[in-house]
Design a protein around this ligand. Structure first.
Ligand code: PLP
Length: 365
């Protein structure tokens, strides 16, 4: 402990090892590391920088602000940075100037991109933006419907011939909830790629899978797999520990024992310096535990700035002891995946909601 009441320790060595493992697992497909939602609470810039150190050449940003922030942080053109979700009326000039790869789901988005590209096309250093044309294969999140797909592709091909864009990739998002649905989505997607190529699109890269299907199914990997959860060591399918699929949790949430209080009957409670104001979900009370001195103590209550644990029978603990809420398990603590399972949510949600006020401390790889 460095004296902080609560801190999220981010083990960049674990991130490096997870990325190396996942790259080997999906090869020859490429691994894109998705750093949306502040890399699920792990810190988007540091995580992206470490991913690049670890050999990654594709980063998924989701929104343009994140993509531009990564470019401004010095992530150069040798790394593809993909954005795909925009508010209506998005202006694409900055994104094109920063060489951000652009997901495109609709004709209005394509029009906004080509309009911005036309404006910039006379200027020095203009490079036509690489488009990732998105097909909806059943998830209905975004992407062109099968009916709208030919018109979207044809519009992109026409803009490519005018020197305004590149038809670089085709992609979709699959549910990863049922094997059969994913198989149908894969078939629809491959049909869509054929249609696009027949219409004159280049399509160097095809991608559809994320952590879950990408690790389990070779047939869905195609040219690239987009992963968030597994990079941070949070399994995204049921019934496995991180270690069983070769991963190490990257975030450890640490706090301190503030006070120990006897409650009669030889029992004691202890106050730990992390609460819901730090993003600890209230419903971990009654379901999850905090480790102190290598022993798990059940959480009985979560308040705004602290939580209360029932001291395990026979355990010794004292004020100032380090308390580990979740982590890799090295100090007897539960993993964030266990916290998610026990409290009825996802490990992803728990790390993502750790409050901005909680300092992130990075352990160098
Ligand atoms: C969030 C996201 C991912 C990563 O999902 P994980 O299940 O965390 O690996 C991949 N692709 C897209 C389009 C996403 O929005």
């Amino acid at each position: 402990m460095t004296g902080s009441l609560v801190e999220a320790v981010i083990d960049l060595g674990a991130l490096d090892a997870n990325i190396a493992h996942l790259r080997r697992a999906v090869a020859p497909a490429e691994l894109m590391v998705v750093v949306k939602a502040d890399a699920y609470g792990h810190g988007r810039v540091r995580v992206a920088q470490q991913a690049i150190e670890s050999g990654i050449r594709a980063i998924g940003a989701l929104d343009l602000d994140t993509a531009l922030e990564l470019r401004a942080a010095g992530i150069g053109d040798e790394v593809a940075v993909l954005s795909w979700l925009y508010p209506p009326g998005q202006d694409f000039a900055d994104a094109i100037a920063a060489h951000v790869d652009l997901g495109v789901s609709s004709i209005p988005e394509l029009t906004a991109i080509t309009d911005a590209a036309r404006e910039l096309s006379g200027t020095a250093g203009f490079v036509p933006p690489r488009l990732h044309l998105k097909l909806d294969t059943g998830l209905h999140r975004n992407g062109a419907t099968t009916d709208d797909w030919p018109a979207l592709v044809a519009g992109a091909v026409e803009a490519e011939r005018a020197g305004l864009v590149r038809t670089f990739a085709a992609w979709t998002h699959i549910a990863e909830a049922s094997e059969d649905e994913d198989t149908i989505a894969l078939e629809r997607f491959l049909d869509g790629v054929s249609v696009a190529r027949d219409l004159g699109a280049t399509i160097d890269v095809r991608h559809l899978a994320a952590s879950s299907a990408g690790l389990r199914r070779e047939d869905v990997r195609l040219d690239l797999v987009r992963m968030g959860g597994h990079c941070w060591g949070i399994p995204s399918f049921d019934g496995v520990t991180p270690a069983e699929i070769g991963l190490t949790p990257v975030m450890t949430l640490r706090a301190q024992v503030l006070a120990v209080r006897e409650t009669g009957d030889d029992r004691a409670e202890a106050y730990v310096s992390a609460g819901y104001g730090d993003g600890v979900p209230r419903n971990v009370a009654g379901s999850c535990a905090v480790a102190v001195r290598g022993v798990q103590h059940p959480i009985v209550r979560v308040e705004r700035d602290h939580l209360v644990i029932a001291v395990a029978p026979g355990a010794e603990l004292g004020q100032g002891d380090a308390a580990v809420l979740f982590g890799a398990g090295a100090e007897g603590e539960q993993t964030v995946r266990q916290w998610g399972d026990l409290s009825g949510t996802l490990g992803d949600e728990i790390t993502t909601r750790i409050a901005a006020r909680v300092p992130r401390r990075y352990l160098e790889a």
